[in-house]
Design a protein around this ligand. Structure first.
Ligand code: FES
Length: 246
């Protein structure tokens, strides 16, 4: 397969970026999108040209570091996959593919396709933790959890914090991410100790980092590679009101 790539190149946070065209030649349909970018970078290295910077780590859909805007979609055209899991066979041979970094004021570009996502780390630091007693591990069955709650908490915990929700949202709202973190603890007894302060501190940090608010477009749910449901946003809003008034 052969592709023309229009890739966003930007030297650093303050410089002006622009799209530059590259050719991706002899690409295997089974290559991942990142492997295709690796091939393009190998060609650039041979020509002693600056490689395209892009973020990645696990390449297994676990770490959440590989987010790219591909043809105007967060993580590309396939639902429920990260950029590193996306295969080139899902593109039409010979077409042009546009690749951009996440677009959000809270995710400034570091270089080319790499953005600074430490805003999400700050939100987690603000409330994405639980207090535990020191000493020996408690008996496994000493804290009963209803099966339905355990299942829903596990679904929320699938969020990998990639930032696709904020990048896909016209308001740059990260509420799908934030609500998944609030939800996973709100559904479990282990999350009770910080229940009131967690949601308030995380929302406060979200505001301070310049993210927007949710206006129910559901773009986040569509683009989330882990198919996190907006049901968690509703729960987060209830948790917020509960923390304020109860
Ligand atoms: S590189 Fe880790 S999720 Fe894609």
């Amino acid at each position: 397969m052969n592709f023309t790539l229009k890739i966003w190149r930007q030297q650093n946070r303050t410089s002006k970026g622009k799209f530059i065209e590259y050719q991706a030649i002899n690409i295997s349909p089974d290559m991942s999108f990142l492997e295709m970018l690796d091939a393009v970078n190998r060609d650039l290295t041979k020509k002693s040209e600056d490689n395209i910077a892009f973020d990645h780590d696990c390449r297994e859909g676990i770490c959440g570091s590989c987010g790219l805007f591909i043809n105007g979609r967060a993580h590309g055209p396939q639902r429920g996959v990260t950029t590193c899991e996306l295969r080139m066979r899902h593109f039409v041979d010979g077409t042009t593919i546009t690749v951009e970094p996440w677009r959000s004021r809270a995710f400034p570009v570091i270089k080319d396709l790499v953005v600074d996502r430490t805003a999400f780390e700050r939100i987690i630091q603000a409330g994405g933790y639980v207090s535990v007693d020191t000493g020996s591990a408690p008996e496994a069955s000493s804290i009963p959890v209803p099966k339905a709650n355990a299942d829903e908490a596990m679904d929320a915990a699938a969020c990998i914090g990639c930032g696709a929700c904020a990048a896909a949202c016209k308001n740059s709202s990260p509420m799908l991410f934030l609500s998944a973190k609030v939800s996973q603890f709100a559904l479990l007894p282990q999350g009770n100790a910080e229940r009131r302060i967690r949601v308030q501190q995380m929302v406060k940090q979200m505001d301070e980092d310049g993210f927007g608010l949710c206006s129910n477009t559901y773009a986040c749910e569509v683009e989330c590679p882990k198919k996190i449901s907006v049901v968690h946003i509703a729960r987060m809003n209830r948790e917020f009101l509960r923390a304020k008034f109860l």
